[in-house]
Design a protein around this ligand. Structure first.
Ligand SMILES: [Zn+2]
Length: 227
């Protein structure tokens, strides 16, 4: 029996989606998705580390432009789980113009909420789904809700539900999910093209809520050992 928190040997890979050169989607006020992803990835990684977990930080510096290199780092580092953190948008047909600080930006009220993605081409697709459902369930317990807009029958969406109640979709060909040699999940933490949600996802409490749901979810699905 030891009272000292010892970091687990196998790290959790926490991936910040996109990069400064290719920053992903654009928020309602014109900010790059990578800014949101890197901030959340840092909060989640710090939280996991503070709770005795070993963390492998991937792409946090914004210089990672190769999707397969992200999972290669996780695979070589012996990571036991791969989590890619993103923020969401909607299809162009739902975007409208608005003025903010004298500049025209695009926003949408069409969708809000989180979503989770897993691939059936991942070697641990069942474990991936189990963990995504666990994380989604805990986010819902905290009052957050999943967005169904990726299931809409339109070009660019059409995603199949893996666990509708908990906001989990199948996305079999997502590179980081199918090339990970361990269970892997992608989280869209919120829709930043939505004005209200862009503000909400930047609140420290929201980021802490998400970090807590991730840690507890990974414990509930057996990735992090029960204490
Ligand atoms: Zn993204």
């Amino acid at each position: 029996m030891s009272t000292t928190a010892v970091a687990d040997e196998e790290p959790l890979a926490i991936d910040a989606g996109h990069s400064w050169a290719h920053p992903g989607s654009t928020s309602a006020t014109g900010e790059p998705e990578f800014m949101f992803n890197s901030a959340l990835a840092q909060t989640v990684s710090d939280f996991l580390t503070a709770h005795g977990n070993s963390v492998l930080r991937i792409g946090h510096d914004g210089k990672m432009d190769n999707l397969k290199k992200r999972t290669a780092i996780a695979n070589q580092g012996g990571a036991k789980f791969f989590l890619s953190l993103h923020h969401d948008s909607v299809q162009p047909r739902y975007l409208k113009d608005w003025q903010w600080q004298g500049v025209t930006h695009q926003y949408s009220d069409y969708a809000a909420g989180f979503s989770l993605f897993v691939s059936r081409k991942n070697p641990y697709s069942q474990a991936s789904l189990h963990c995504a459902s666990a994380i989604g369930g805990l986010l819902r317990e905290k009052g957050l809700h999943p967005t169904p807009h990726h299931a809409e029958n339109i070009q660019g969406e059409n995603r199949e539900w893996a666990d509708k109640e908990n906001g989990v979709y199948f996305y079999d060909d997502l590179i980081v999910l199918k090339t990970a040699a361990m269970p892997a999940v992608l989280l869209e933490a919120g829709v930043i093209v939505n004005k209200e949600e862009e503000l909400a996802v930047q609140q420290p409490e929201r980021r802490n809520t998400i970090a807590t749901a991730i840690e507890n979810g990974l414990r509930n699905c057996g990735i992090i050992n029960q204490k």
